[in-house]
Design a protein around this ligand. Structure first.
Ligand code: OFO
Length: 164
């Protein structure tokens, strides 16, 4: 049985994952309209992954005797002038998700909830991967700069990448 404090923290994390999925969906649509089919495909795939992260929490909360709450979501922000700006936003976003996950992990330890601590390790590993990928993509974009053919290749290459 989950403690109230852990149940609340997990439900807050569920909101964050739902918002993530929503943001990636908005970014995908933005990229599609801006003429970047590869980036759009990557973002759509990532949006689906974030939804899975949300579902994983939802099932865990319910299975452990808590009540998962499906939240209402605000319209995500999509005001980018460049692809680099979009990926900077993405990295900043993932860093803030990691910080939230670390908070939940710390709370599990102080509550001696080792099962949830164990469950959360999957998210810790996932965030490591996501931040590493976002950093790598930003490094590439910084190298490309304003080079149009470089951007074309970036969009082509990202098409075959896993949505982090
Ligand atoms: Fe849920 O992994 Fe990113 O945010």
């Amino acid at each position: 049985m989950l403690s109230k404090e852990i149940e609340t923290a997990l439900n807050e994390q569920l909101v964050i994952e739902a918002k993530s999925s929503h943001s990636y969906l908005a970014w995908a649509s933005w990229a599609e309209n801006a003429g970047y089919p590869g980036i759009a495909k990557f973002m759509y795939a990532h949006s689906d992954e974030e939804r899975q992260h949300m579902l994983k929490l939802l099932h865990y909360i319910n299975e452990r005797g808590g009540k998962a709450v499906v939240p209402a979501l605000d319209k995500p922000e999509v005001t980018f002038n460049t692809i680099t700006e979009l990926f900077n936003r993405l990295l900043e976003h993932e860093r803030s998700v990691t910080a939230n996950i670390n908070e939940v992990v710390g709370l599990c330890l102080s509550n001696r909830d080792y099962s949830t601590h164990n469950f959360m390790q999957w998210y810790v590993a996932e965030q490591l991967e996501e931040e590493a990928l976002a950093t790598d993509l930003l490094d590439r974009l910084n190298l490309i700069g304003n080079d149009k053919s470089g951007m074309y290749m970036f969009d082509r290459d990202i098409m075959t990448m896993r949505g982090a």
